[in-house]
Design a protein around this ligand. Sequence first.
Ligand code: B12
Length: 355
Amino acid sequence: MQSESSETDICLSLRNPEERRALAEEAVALHYDDEPALAQRYGPAGRAKCVQDAAYHLAYLDEAVASGAPALFLAYLDWVRSLLQGLGVPEADLRGQLAVLRRLTFPRLEHEVAHAADAILDAALRAFEAPPRVPESVIDPAAPLGELAERDLAALIAGDRKRAAELVLAAVEAGTPVADVYLEVIQRSQREIGRLWQLSRISVGQEHFCTAASQAIIARLYPHIFAAERAGRRLVAACVGGELHELGARMVADFFEMAGWDTYYLGANVPAESVLEAIEAQRADVVGISATMVAHVDAVRRLVQGIRDDARGKSARILVGGYPFNLAGSLWQAVGADGSAPDARAAVAAAEHLL
Ligand code: B12
């Protein structure tokens, strides 16, 4: 029944991207009214970017509220702060924008959501009392294979993919386990590349080059991963729809392969229907779903539900993983999965535990 209260008419849902967009536009208009210097500083193109940023803030806020995981928003805030610092954007502008969003959203959201969002934005605004955290290097020369990781990264950044490949292949030829090379060298180099991009120390083009080179190196390690004795278990692995980060899911599939599983890896941005078809055709014991962007957690939630609701998915156990699941330890439960794991090695252990 339609409520007579006018309050419900202005009740917006953070879950709805159009409503988030409308809120973002309204927030930027308010912010610019409060601080006329912004219009001069950013110009019309900058204003459009402010709206885009505000819409991103709301998307992360939405997921943090929906999953009961404030860490998803607070980690995002750390990230935005260091990113904007690298780009020379005054921190006060971000802070002001969040304060306006807080003011605007609280009276417009459904009671429980409003309170949860308000508490998160309050913590976010308090975080500005400390300077932005510069993320630490992921490469530790003192760690196992740390020196190799350091040299691999240096070769990649210098644009020398031949050298990077030679370093890694020589280590494997000399007996370094492929699994260790994956986690201690390639995974670390990739994450460090992300950090350097975040701090504006390398360009988008360099990041793309390094990732393409890492993928080529992984491909050259393949003769070493298909050798194990078969375990009679089957994995289907895929990145959720919209997700373009696929190296993590690929590594997960490769670790299962090294553990003797038969794996069927579908790559980035996979439609839900294709995941279901693969589960059925492969008679998967386990399906592994990967997401890196927090904005894709809801798609994971819907995919998990879709697998549960479909006869083809009924007998598969579901593992989820990737950056947001590493940030918020209980997020896998919030999306209805059977388990999660922080990395590819732990993923195999988690699947074996489930079965
Ligand atoms: C390469 C890269 C890209 C490439 C990906 C190409 C490809 N073929 O994969 C491209 C250019 C497409 C890209 C795009 C973007 N990226 Co990007 N990208 C990266 C980067 C540098 C490396 C990713 C990687 O290879 N990691 C290495 C793998 C091995 O690690 P992993 O993914 O964590 O996987 C392990 C675990 O998480 C776990 N796991 C993963 N999946 C699963 C699944 C299961 C079932 C289980 C159990 C476990 C598990 O096991 C894996 C192996 O051990 C990261 C930096 C980083 N920290 O990862 C940024 C990063 C993830 N990207 C980032 C951003 C912002 C973006 C963009 C929004 C940029 C933009 N403005 O367009 C887009 C979004 C694209 C999208 N829609 O998905 C940010 C995210 C920040 C945040 N707070 O959310 C990061 C962290 C960079 C940074 N430091 O700022 N990116």
